[in-house]
Design a protein around this ligand. Structure first.
Ligand SMILES: Cc1cc2nc3c(=O)[nH]c(=O)nc-3n(C[C@H](O)[C@H](O)[C@H](O)COP(=O)(O)O)c2cc1C
Length: 159
């Protein structure tokens, strides 16, 4: 069965959005952009993420009523997910019983907690976690991310 997938993408400088657009093509998915109402200075971005804060976001698709699956994606900030992304997770509706995936883009290759944060927050609300992907800047530069996207997409094609 072909899943109807929503990709919810937070991207500050475009890396995550670039990957999200490729996944969108691969899955014929819809894409909604998560954008903060206010931009914050670099250090406050990191601090908000580190402290698992919330930050107001502009209207976007938060109701999963018409979807079978959700892929949440964002950059890593201070090892974690941006405050606006955390806010988005809180605002999601009709998540129970739906499939979930998460991916992050990041400068380095560290032990990043963001995909776990997304998984935990939404598994608690009854979503079924299908998989994750972590894309480093070097994967974006070399083009290796394309194959990673195809492998990740398969989890949503075969369900
Ligand atoms: C405030 C801030 C904090 C960051 N913290 C990390 C980090 O802890 N680890 C890491 O690997 N990259 C970190 N980065 C780099 C971004 O995760 C990386 O460049 C990402 O691909 C950006 O995605 P975007 O272009 O979609 O915003 C940070 C970037 C910013 C702006």
């Amino acid at each position: 069965m072909k899943l109807k997938v929503l990709i919810a993408c937070y991207s500050y400088s475009g890396n995550t959005l670039k990957v999200a657009k490729e996944l969108k093509e691969s899955l014929s998915a819809d894409l909604t952009k998560i954008e903060p109402v206010k931009d914050r200075f670099y250090l406050l971005k990191g601090w908000g993420a580190l402290r698992e804060q919330r930050a107001a976001i502009k209207p976007c698709t938060t109701d999963l009523h018409d979807y079978d699956a959700l892929v949440v994606c964002c950059p890593i900030w201070a090892g974690k997910s941006p405050a606006g992304l955390n806010q988005y997770l809180d605002e999601l509706q009709n998540v129970k019983g739906k499939k979930l995936g998460a991916f992050v883009t990041m400068g380095g290759n560290g032990n990043q907690k963001a995909t776990m944060q997304i998984r935990e927050a939404l598994s608690e609300r009854g979503m079924e976690f299908l998989g994750q992907m972590k894309i480093a800047s070097k994967d974006l530069k070399s083009g290796a991310y394309t194959e990673m996207v195809e492998t990740f997409a398969k989890k949503f094609q075969d369900s």
